[in-house]
Design a protein around this ligand. Structure first.
Ligand SMILES: *Cc1c(COP(=O)(O)O)cnc(C)c1O
Length: 408
């Protein structure tokens, strides 16, 4: 199990029994990080507390200097948040995890903690629009230069990574185009020029892709998506090595405060128990739906990494264990025709979230990616007739019937 240097303020004997064999991901998802109180509760406890008390003034001093393991303030650490962090780290196979209040606070902190004025970032251009705003508008204001490259072209990466670079930022598969970046190829190029590779792994979740096994250094999540996966809470997480977390992330995050609440951590730690079952079923359903759409005459194109026709298919086969839970497609007839199809759906909801147990469809151009200018949208391939479909846990035959009747 992944043990983190987090302060435990009480004896926790029931959790000290660690089997002497390597546990499967599914077992870790239910067991890792569990810290029972003296009551021996089966369910993970929710510690709604902002602060902690000390038995003496001296214990307080030693808690602040890390000489004793004792929680000091929930902006830094909280027992329920720590359970979520340790469990996710165990699933990911990462040394350390730090939870945050949203995916965007995770993305921002993961990059901002590393860079200073004059530094250079190279990023795959196709990405979630708020991440694009952070890289294209916010960090440049502070003197950080950012170059965007076509993520699926290794030659373009080789050209961009020919001079000192602090951070390489990759979203693969990308939202909403499902473009695939070869993690190993880009990580090798990045490391040659001293860059830290940060991967936004939201679209795959740790179940379908583990970037740290393919050369990346840091992984970040919006836990709002597959990890909660049931439309309830916002959350985020950053995972990486001891060195990254302690040299860069913790000094930044402790004082800027993008903390995950104990309540949300409690929801999310329980969600991790079913993450693999949910994501694997959603992935199977998405494959079936993508194959159905690909042979429908009303559909102009389908982007899904699990289809052999997808340009990133071979790379996806190498680094993912499925095509993912999300696809996008274009209909003939532009946004008017697409809106008619969306309005006819009876099972699938119109919503801009993804990774949910309910299937959700959205029109990126006018909603999630509305902030991007026409040129950027065009370069990313986000047209007016493009819909993104996050495939949920409904029976796939109901989803196909729903799409079929709406397309007619
Ligand atoms: C949703 C999303 C985010 C942001 O997460 P929030 O929890 O909404 O802040 C970042 N990256 C990707 C790829 C996303 O889909």
């Amino acid at each position: 199990m992944s043990h983190q240097h987090r302060p435990w303020g009480y004896s926790n004997e029931s959790c000290d029994v660690t089997p002497d064999w390597e546990l499967h991901e599914e077992t870790l998802a239910v067991r890792a990080g569990l810290a029972r109180s003296g009551f021996g509760e089966t369910g993970e406890a929710m510690y709604l507390t902002s602060g902690y008390t000390y038995t003496s003034a001296e214990q307080a001093v030693h808690s602040f200097t890390d000489e004793v393991d004792h929680f000091v303030y929930s902006r830094f650490a909280n027992p329920t948040v720590a359970m979520f962090e340790q469990r996710l780290a165990a699933i990911e196979g990462a040394e350390f995890c730090v939870a945050t209040g949203s995916g965007m606070s995770a993305m921002f902190a993961s990059v901002a903690c590393m860079v200073e004025s004059g530094d250079r970032i190279v990023a795959a251009a196709s990405m979630f629009s708020s991440c694009y705003v952070v890289l294209n508008e916010i960090l440049p204001k502070w003197g950080v230069s950012v170059e965007f490259v076509k993520g699926n072209d290794p030659e373009v990466w080789a050209k961009a990574l020919n001079k000192p670079t602090k951070v390489v930022f990759i979203e693969t598969p990308s939202n909403p185009m499902l473009e695939i970046v070869d993690l190993q190829v880009v990580s090798d190029l990045a490391h040659k020029v001293g860059a830290t590779v940060i991967v936004d792994n939201v679209m795959s979740s740790p179940i379908l892709q583990k970037p740290l096994q393919h050369g990346a250094d840091v992984v970040m999540y919006s836990a709002t998506k597959h990890i909660d996966g049931q439309g309830r809470v916002l959350g985020g997480a950053i995972l990486g090595s001891f060195d990254y977390i302690h040299s860069y992330l913790n000094p930044f995050i402790r004082h800027t405060g993008p903390t995950l609440s104990a309540f949300n951590a409690w929801v999310l730690v329980k969600s991790l128990e079913t993450l693999s079952m949910r994501v694997n079923r959603m992935n199977e359903n998405a494959q079936v739906v993508a194959e159905f759409l690909a042979q429908n005459s009303k559909i102009e194109s389908v982007n899904y990494p699990g289809l052999k026709t997808h340009p990133g298919y071979a790379t996806a086969q190498k680094q993912m264990s499925g095509g993912g839970t999300t696809l996008s497609f274009e209909v003939h007839g532009g946004s008017k025709a697409l809106f008619e199809v969306m309005d006819q759906l009876k099972v699938i909801d119109i919503s801009n979230n993804l990774g949910d147990s309910k299937s959700l469809i959205t029109h990126p151009s006018s909603t999630t990616h509305r902030r991007l200018d026409a040129e950027t949208k065009a370069s990313m391939g986000i047209t007016d007739s493009l819909a993104r479909l996050s495939v949920g846990l409904e029976h796939s035959s109901d989803l196909i019937k729903d799409l079929q009747q709406a397309l007619q």
